[in-house]
Design a protein around this ligand. Structure first.
Ligand code: NAD
Ligand code: MG
Length: 291
């Protein structure tokens, strides 16, 4: 038994800034994606998964866990994140599973369709889709959000999740699962993250709507709403500097979460153990309540 307040360290990140999208390997301290801790139990044996934003942060922890649970795993990411992706591909292969690296910008419709096509071709099918890629850039008020930024955030977050899902559905057999990464921001938007927060509410809503459509076809759709998790998104303009240095300490559990602490939720929602769970948003917030 472990005390959740101290099972992972309470971090006090030094001031740091990376260009978007940020790299795990440049973070201080490093994020814990479960490489040294996640133990699989065959819960996703023979499954074929596609994870967008699977190079770093939450997506990378999910990729490691899925592979160790017996799934082949494809990860999509931006080309400038190759160094982070390489580490995840290595971990998937070390677990004895097939890995597929899918660099490219999901703001483009063609790329959204391509990652599905390539995954199906490489693995002979697709039965778990994790819509996890997102862009989060903070701004001091709506009047300071450049229109190009608003557009890029909508395209990276909502358009990509919608388009990848649309491309994937024809391939999904009964028993398949779709999981969206929403956020506590869907319920409690920060003043500095208006555009980002609205995409997270939209993804939450899309997840529930799609569950209504796809449950009668035997496809389960759910979402996860993380609280403050220490990932490359945060130091690459995800937060103002003063919030970064005390990141996550406002959570009731008293510390930021690590990506590794999300893996279990995504494994559960993908596995047959969640056979009666549809249209749910699982909060992994360190104690902040969600409605
Ligand atoms: P992360 O930076 O490690 O992962 C986000 C990934 O999104 C990037 O690695 C990148 O590959 C991908 N991405 C962004 N724009 C893209 C584009 N245009 N094309 C292709 N890929 C693109 O950070 P993370 O925190 O692990 O983020 C994963 C998910 O978790 C996101 O949906 C984020 O909104 C969500 N989330 C994070 C937190 C947190 O505190 N870190 C909290 C709530 C929700
Ligand atoms: Mg990344």
């Amino acid at each position: 038994m472990h005390d959740p307040r101290s099972l992972y360290p309470t971090i006090e990140p030094p001031e740091q800034r990376q260009p978007h999208p940020g790299l795990d390997k440049e973070m201080e301290p490093k994020a814990d994606i479960g490489l040294d801790s996640y133990v699989g139990h065959g819960r996703l044996q023979g499954r074929k998964a596609l994870i967008t934003g699977g190079d770093s942060g939450i997506g990378s922890a999910v990729a490691v866990a899925y592979a160790r649970e017996g799934a082949d795993v494809a990860i999509s990411y931006l080309p400038e994140e190759q160094a982070d992706a390489d580490r995840v591909i290595e971990a998937i292969e070390a677990a004895g599973q097939k890995a597929l690296a899918l660099p490219g910008d999901l703001c483009e419709l063609a790329q959204c369709e391509k990652i599905v096509r390539d995954t199906v071709e490489a693995f002979g099918g697709l039965d778990i889709l994790v819509n996890n890629a997102s862009r989060q850039i903070w701004h001091d008020g709506i009047e300071n959000i450049p229109d190009e930024d608003f557009d890029a955030t909508m395209k990276s977050n909502i358009y990509s999740a919608y388009r990848v899902t649309k491309a994937a559905i024809p391939h999904l057999q009964p028993g398949s699962a779709i999981i969206f990464t929403s956020s506590i921001q869907a319920y409690e938007p920060s003043a500095t993250l208006l555009d980002y927060a609205m995409t997270k509410a939209a993804m939450n809503n899309l997840s529930k709507g799609l569950a209504t459509q796809l449950t009668p076809k035997g496809i389960r759709v759910n979402a996860v709403a993380p609280g403050p998790i220490w990932t490359p998104l945060q130091p690459s303009y995800g937060q103002p500097m003063d919030k970064l240095t005390e990141f996550g300490q406002q959570a009731p559990v008293g510390r930021a979460g690590q990506p590794a602490e999300l893996a279990g939720a995504y494994v559960f929602l993908a596995s047959d153990e969640a056979s009666y769970v549809m249209g749910e948003t699982l909060a992994v917030t360190g104690g902040t309540p969600t409605p």
